[in-house]
Design a binder for this molecule. Structure first.
Ligand SMILES: Nc1ncnc2c1ncn2[C@@H]1O[C@H](COP(=O)(O)OP(=O)(O)O)[C@@H](O)[C@H]1O
Ligand SMILES: O=C(CO)[C@@H](O)[C@H](O)COP(=O)(O)O
Length: 499
């Protein structure tokens, strides 16, 4: 039996999966790392920590592996998107990575519209200027840290930096490059038009290859540190949402995915290169060759729950915090939560909005707040589903993955709020499985990534929407949608008092 490893460089942790040729998960190790949040709206991580924790996770995985080490044939990657890693001429990291959920760059987004023009941006990069994307971060460093910017020779996305450290090869690929605002998404090349307009030297952009491309083998040093064989082949990998889509079999038109990790996304496979969503949802290259997907993003989905846990129940694990939500009625006894803890992306691209609990009552217990958090996150994702449905997409079945898919009740709540069938897979680690599939396909185990998905992506349970609940949630969703407008001005007023 042969094996591959899928490495998912998430925001909360790196998750390393060992998969065999039957698509079974044979080993799983994760290592957490923190966010560095020095100011409101800032979110960074130390790239060295990603490398250190990945090596540690790999070495634990290898120690537990009982077969011949040479049977582990390939590795590939999935990674949190958009984060900016800047390297100098010696490929040394110049500063902490600025992450996807860092929203300090509103001014740079306005600059991008002025310099590039909104129409050109939507035609070429196929996306609007949003604070979380990479180009605004690059322009922020140029303006506020000019000494660092002058030394920069290459920028990389998080998983591309990790792969560089494992192989010594500098590369990127289309699914993650699409989230920079510097890629001509349809032509699949760095856009000299955008680079010239914003004054970014195109030589900063790394060479682009396909997600399943073979880029080299691991270095001697990494082989020694992890116990992996020196001949282990490395394949490029993809953005975590593209890999999540691959791992969940979202590889043909009509298929949709909900992923609740630190962020929350609803994404839908898109065959039509010309389809125009007017920038309301993201439009990115898939990890499958010459394919695309559209996606709405809730910035603080799983993060809202982990914030709640860390703040009010630090000693408890997620299962303990969520215990009893099934006994709280729909609507959390009159409590609504909006998950705008770090601003929002879809449908309100707003870096200044912040979250709220509305309807707090003297009778509320902690468990009502937990249920309200779960419902609020799900309402937010439903706003993306509403955009897709209004644009004519038929969304009847949704595969659900990410940490949020570990909880059965939350999966039923998704079915009831989305009014769609929710499919749970044999593993909720969609991005890691997608990364493993890219390695398996790259190794030549299967003729296509779709063939690979038939084996690797297994539905184990389906949650049907319950009509009575759907009706109640429809009424609550109408109230939820009013909260943004009603709290927008208050949020701006409070901005001056934030850290
Ligand atoms: N048992 C659980 N039940 C429900 N949600 C959970 C559970 N465990 C983790 N989560 C949620 O999953 C999130 C982490 O998901 P994950 O997919 O690992 O994120 P990332 O890829 O961003 O690191 C946490 O922030 C938390 O909200
Ligand atoms: O910014 C986005 C997508 O545009 C996020 O989805 C990141 O890709 C982070 O993913 P998770 O760590 O939440 O999986």
């Amino acid at each position: 039996m042969k094996y591959v490893i899928g490495i998912d460089l998430g925001t909360s942790a790196v998750k390393v999966l060992l998969l065999n040729q039957l698509g079974e998960v044979c080993g799983e190790v994760s290592q957490v790392y923190p966010l560095i949040q020095e100011k409101s709206g800032h979110s960074e991580q130390d790239p060295e920590e990603w490398v250190h924790k990945t090596i540690r996770a790999l070495s634990v995985l290898v120690k537990e592996f009982e077969g011949e080490i040479e049977a582990i044939e390939g590795i590939s990657f999935s990674g949190q998107m958009h984060g900016l890693v800047l390297l100098d001429q010696n490929n040394e990291v110049l500063r902490n990575a600025i992450l996807w959920n860092d929203v300090r760059t509103t001014k740079q987004c306005e600059m991008i519209y002025e310099l590039v023009g909104k129409d050109t941006l939507l035609n070429v990069a196929r996306n609007p200027a949003l604070e979380g994307f990479t180009l605004p971060k690059l322009l922020w460093v140029k303006e506020y840290e000019p000494d660092i910017y002058k030394k920069a020779k290459t920028f990389l996305l998080p998983k591309d930096y990790l792969r560089f450290r494992l192989t010594g090869e500098l590369n990127s690929e289309y699914s993650d490059a699409a989230g920079t605002l510097l890629l001509n998404v349809v032509k699949k090349e760095w856009s000299s038009e955008i680079c010239n307009a914003v004054g970014v030297d195109i030589s900063l952009c790394p060479p682009l290859v396909e997600s399943h491309a073979f880029v080299g083998t691991i270095t001697n040093e990494i082989a020694q540190q992890t116990g992996l064989s020196i001949g282990t082949k490395v394949f490029t990998g993809g953005a975590d949402n593209a890999c999540g889509a691959i791992g969940s079999g979202i590889l043909s038109d009509g298929k949709s995915l909900c992923s609740i990790g630190t962020s929350g996304v609803v994404l839908s496979y898109e065959e039509d290169k010309g389809r125009d969503f007017g920038g309301k949802v993201h439009y990115f290259n898939h990890g499958k060759e010459n394919a695309f997907y559209t996606m709405g993003v809730t910035l603080a989905a799983g993060y809202s729950l982990s914030w709640f846990k860390d703040t009010f129940a630090e000693q408890e694990d997620f299962s303990a915090v969520l215990k009893g939500i099934e006994d709280v009625p729909i609507g959390a006894n009159g409590l609504l939560f909006t998950p705008y803890l770090v601003g929002e992306r879809t449908p309100h691209a707003d870096a200044l909005i912040r979250g709220s609990f509305i309807g707090v009552d003297g009778s509320h217990k902690r468990i009502d707040f937990v249920r309200a958090v779960i419902e609020g996150i799900t309402f937010s994702l439903n706003e993306s589903i509403e955009i897709f449905r209004e644009s004519g997409k038929n969304i009847e079945t949704i595969v659900s993955i990410g940490g949020g898919a570990k909880n059965d009740m939350w999966l039923q709540i998704q079915a009831d709020i989305f009014n769609a069938k929710i499919q749970k897979l044999s593993s909720e680690q969609g991005p890691g499985i997608g990364a493993g599939m890219l390695a398996a396909y790259g190794c030549g185990w299967y003729a296509s990534i779709n063939d690979c998905a038939d084996l690797f992506s297994r539905v184990v349970k389906t949650y049907e929407p319950i009509e009575e609940n759907v009706v109640k949630y429809r009424e609550l969703f109408a109230l939820y949608k009013k909260v943004y407008q009603q709290t927008e001005e208050i949020s701006r007023g409070l901005g001056a008092f934030r850290k």
